[in-house]
Design a protein around this ligand. Structure first.
Ligand code: F6R
Length: 612
């Protein structure tokens, strides 16, 4: 979603801001803008609807704006349509204050009406402009920028990450945060703010994460942080160990393809440090065995693909833990008056660690006494920091909007955690423990074998890319995997697609099957292979064209009935979806490629959904 970068240093700010915005493009946006301040030219603001290239052309790569202090923004419209005027930065009426904002100001209408009565004229339809105008109002009252920001923050309600520069406040930019990510970057003779670490990785790896209610003053040589009473706060510094090249395409045609290919290595990084002497060791969590033994209920809360990881894990964890596991969409959980108490473990899964619904659901569960264990990729993200325990997936930056390696690493980590808890509870036998652990260790190598078959999947994509509607069917973990395959396909190729539990076909869905309808039939889960086969026969009898996915072990049987068959190596049934999902990701990728879609930035989608 929206991205913020701010710079205070000695170099020209505009090109640095444009570069930072480009690195956040993957988050999704509809307009962009920058504001730069110099002694001679004062505040200069340029913004435009559309791709960043438009803004870059408009400013000749930033050369038209002069100054060493500036802020930049990519906007994802919420209040007010995408347009030049609604793009950020917003400037106050006297042209002295420029501001970028992520989040939503909930009481903006009330403040806007009040300011309008005082004669303030608004240019945009946004909630963000209200903050700029209110800031000018309070600054005129107290003539102290920091104090004015403090007064504004006491009046606005909602969520915000703010970057502010002021013509009267020469060498500093001001930042503030509540319920929207914002970090501070410490360079040499230059400092930064950013909503996403990838924006500033090229310049520094030393960061601190702003907490709710904090205000920061950033100059080229210092960053001072204050709490909401303007009392100084000391921040912990962190080193980001992400590789800059990991956020670049490195010769691959798309980030999505690169990230699909990176999965074996990503899984290795997720699981290897957590397996010692043939045991799962989770040093990074503080849950005691006594706590685990008293868990009466487990919720898995997440959105989108992370929710699909939860769906697979429900099947797997119930087998391993013999405890009820409920998977709930975060947007539903937060408003369903959930039954959570001190014996409830809440697993929160999020790649970005910033998904607003997931964060709100986690807080609701914690408020009711639940203990939150977060599975997160982005280090230092809001969910990671607010959870009772966090396990990082260590997948590195994921840039494509459609998740692949984050999904796979989340799933591998969930299998590992399930095994660990099952061991503590004594619900996994020794032999089963060994078999699952051996399977987890084999995963990267077997996944590599699947990735060697891209040409086959590309062929099937070229055969089926012009279907208007595609159904995924499967049972148990195959059903959960089908949900992910279907989401991947629809989000990047825009083909209508649904996933169904095969057993449900007869209860309604089968009426949609007609001559030539493409059904992707999933039959990788060995214990239910025969049932999967009968469903293939069932849809074939109604005229469906069947593309089947199974294991090498069952390939021959499947080929007798299905029109086309893809197979993956066999592995422990609990881990089979980790291999099965890869051809589905590749299928979606190649179908989207055939259809000429914008694969890394599908329409209407953002990488991290920080609004409700
Ligand atoms: C789909 C996709 C989304 C995310 C969802 C949750 O490819 O990427 O469905 O999985 O928006 O995001 P996180 O995991 O960041 O909370």
């Amino acid at each position: 979603m929206c991205g913020i970068i701010g710079f205070a240093g000695h170099s020209e700010a505009a090109p640095i801001l444009l570069d930072g915005l480009e690195r956040m493009e993957y988050r999704g946006y509809d307009s962009a803008g920058i504001a730069v301040r110099s002694e001679t030219k004062g505040l200069q603001v340029k913004k435009s609807k559309g791709r960043l290239q438009v803004l870059s052309d408009l400013t000749h790569g930033g050369a038209d704006l002069e100054g060493n202090l500036g802020i930049g923004h990519t906007r994802w419209a919420t209040h007010g349509e995408p347009s030049d005027v609604n793009a950020h930065p917003h400037v106050s009426s006297n042209g002295q204050i420029a501001l970028v904002h992520n989040g939503i100001i909930e009481n903006y209408l009330e403040i806007k009406e009040h300011l309008m009565k005082l004669g303030v004229t608004f240019k945009s339809d946004t909630d963000s402009e209200v903050v700029a105008q209110l800031l000018e109002y309070h600054y005129n009252e107290c003539h102290n920028m920091l104090e004015a920001v403090g007064r504004v923050l006491r009046r606005i309600e909602g969520s915000y990450a703010l970057g502010i520069i002021c013509a009267d406040y020469p060498n500093a930019l001001i930042a503030a945060r509540k319920d929207a990510p914002l970090l501070l970057g410490y360079g040499k003779g230059e400092n930064f703010i950013a909503s996403d670490v990838t924006a500033i990785l090229k310049h520094t790896r030393e960061v601190s994460y702003m907490d709710d209610g904090e205000i920061a003053v950033i100059t080229p040589d210092s960053i001072d942080v204050f709490d909401d009473e303007l009392v100084p706060v000391t921040k912990e510094h962190h080193q980001v160990n992400w590789d800059v090249t990991a956020a670049e395409k490195g010769g691959y045609p798309h980030f999505m393809f690169k990230e699909i290919m990176e999965q074996p290595e990503a899984i290795r990084k997720t699981v290897s440090p957590r397996i010692k002497g043939e045991r799962v060791v989770l040093d990074d969590i503080s849950m005691t065995q006594e706590y685990v033994k008293n868990i009466s209920r487990i919720f898995i809360i997440a959105c989108g693909s992370s929710y699909h990881v939860g769906m697979v894990s429900k099947y797997n964890w119930e087998k391993m833990l013999r405890r009820p596991v409920e998977v709930v969409l975060a947007s539903e959980f937060r408003y369903c008056d959930p039954l959570v108490d001190d014996h409830t473990l809440v697993i929160v899964i999020s790649q970005s660690g910033e998904t607003l619904d997931t964060m709100a659901a986690m807080r609701e569960a914690q408020r009711r006494g639940g203990r939150a264990l977060a599975i997160v990729n982005v280090v230092g993200s809001s969910i990671a920091r607010d959870a009772d325990d966090v396990l990082y997936t260590w997948a590195g930056p994921e840039i494509a909007v459609a998740t692949t390696k984050a999904y796979s690493t989340q799933l591998a980590l969930m299998d590992l955690v399930g095994l660990y808890l099952g061991d503590l509870l004594g619900t996994v036998s020794d032999s089963e423990y060994k078999a699952i652990l051996a399977g987890i260790q084999e995963l990267p190598e077997k996944m590599q074998k699947v990735l060697e078959k891209t040409a086959d999947i590309q062929y099937f994509a070229s055969r089926y890319f012009n279907h208007n509607s595609i159904f995924f069917i499967g049972r148990n973990v195959d059903y959960a995997m089908g949900m992910e395959g279907s989401l991947k396909l629809k989000e990047i190729s825009y083909i209508h697609s649904e996933a169904y539990a095969s057993g449900e076909l007869k209860h309604g869905t089968i009426s949609l099957i007609e001559q030539g309808t493409l059904v992707v039939a999933l039959g990788t889960y060995a214990p239910l292979f025969d049932k999967a086969m009968s469903n293939v026969v069932e849809v074939k009898a109604r005229g469906a064209e069947v593309l089947a996915l199974t294991t090498d072990e069952f390939r021959e049987k499947m080929e007798k009935t299905a029109d086309s068959t893809i197979s993956v190596p066999s592995i422990h049934p609990i881990l089979q979806p980790s291999l099965g999902v890869v051809p589905l990701q590749l299928f979606a990728y190649y179908v989207a490629l055939q259809r000429g879609c914008d694969i890394d930035k599908p329409r209407n989608l953002a990488k991290s959904v920080t609004v409700e």
